[in-house]
Design a protein around this ligand. Structure first.
Ligand code: PMP
Length: 285
């Protein structure tokens, strides 16, 4: 069955959902996006995703031509049109079509696109046994070059690191910042457990401030687990008791080896397991 896509002001079949070859989103990666999830018909943290979309857009001087309320409505209409209760939603706002050349003022009609689809989940084995990851040689973009806090259509930095992970037989790869500090993975934030406390890199390590990351910090707090943002290096990960990743698609996923070093006991630890359970309950509550 063809998917139904929201384009600007209406729902259209996927084969009619088209952007111009002159759209700067295509030509230069000039635009912003969000990835959201719907659980039993409820979009998880919709407001936080819309706030982040607007912040990303503001940072690149892109005016989103619809109101947050109109986009929220489009998200729910697109899910309904595709008969999806549990699904993944991709929100995209491109700069729009213009002349060849970088100048955004020579574009018009930013395109607002909402795609809803089934979510391709990691196999359950990864959650039970944990992931193996490696450190990518590709550094996370220096925030003075392009802030990783902007969720832009230019994801080549992450794709370069993802390729390295895949070439090493891993589905995720760790990215360090220009100082060699732990930043995040290619599409997920990272946490470790040390002396029973949770540690995760701060925004100024050069990360996307994940919405799942924030939810997990709240859950840890509620569970009486101390959680702190801290500058981390690979040594901290190699010697951690536990390690896990967070992201909209992956939710909370354990990591059991990093660069061939076994983390903790080599299987998902008690704090990770607890947070997986608490997160599962939160999104389905
Ligand atoms: N870091 C990066 C680079 C990401 O692209 C994402 C989202 N896929 C995340 C972290 C996790 O963010 P969220 O929890 O909001 O999905």
């Amino acid at each position: 069955m063809p998917r139904i896509v929201f384009m600007n002001d209406r729902l259209v079949p996927e084969d009619q959902a088209r952007v111009s070859v002159f759209d700067h989103g295509l030509l230069y990666g000039d635009g912003v996006f969000e990835g959201l999830r719907s659980y039993q018909g409820h979009v998880f943290r919709l407001k936080a995703h819309l706030d982040r979309l607007w912040e990303s857009a503001r940072a690149i001087c892109l005016e989103i031509p619809l109101s947050p309320e109109a986009i929220a409505q489009a998200v729910s209409d697109t899910l309904a049109a595709n008969h999806l209760l549990d699904g993944y939603v991709r929100l995209v706002v491109t700069r729009g079509a213009g002349s060849l050349g970088l100048d955004p003022s020579r574009t018009k009609n930013p395109q607002v696109i909402v795609i809803a689809d089934t979510i391709s989940l990691y196999p359950s084995e990864y959650y039970e046994k944990g992931l193996r990851i490696v450190t990518a040689a590709t550094q996370r973009t220096h925030s003075a070059a392009l802030s990783p806090r902007i969720k832009s259509l230019n994801y080549l930095n992450n794709i370069m690191a993802k390729l390295e992970g895949l070439q090493a037989g891993c589905v995720e790869a760790l990215m360090l910042n220009h100082k060699g500090e732990v930043a995040e993975c290619t599409g997920d934030n990272i946490f470790l457990v040390r002396a029973g406390s949770l540690l995760t890199p701060p925004p100024d390590a050069g990360i996307l401030e994940g919405i799942t990351r924030h939810a997990v910090m709240e859950l840890a707090h509620k569970a009486g687990i101390v959680v702190r943002e801290a500058t981390l290096v690979r040594h901290d990960l190699y010697t951690a008791e536990e390690c896990f990743l967070t992201g909209t698609a992956a939710e909370v996923i354990p990591v059991v080896t990093i660069d061939g070093r076994t983390i903790g006991s080599g299987s998902p630890g008690p704090i990770t397991t607890r947070l997986i359970k608490d997160f599962y309950a939160l999104v389905r509550s």
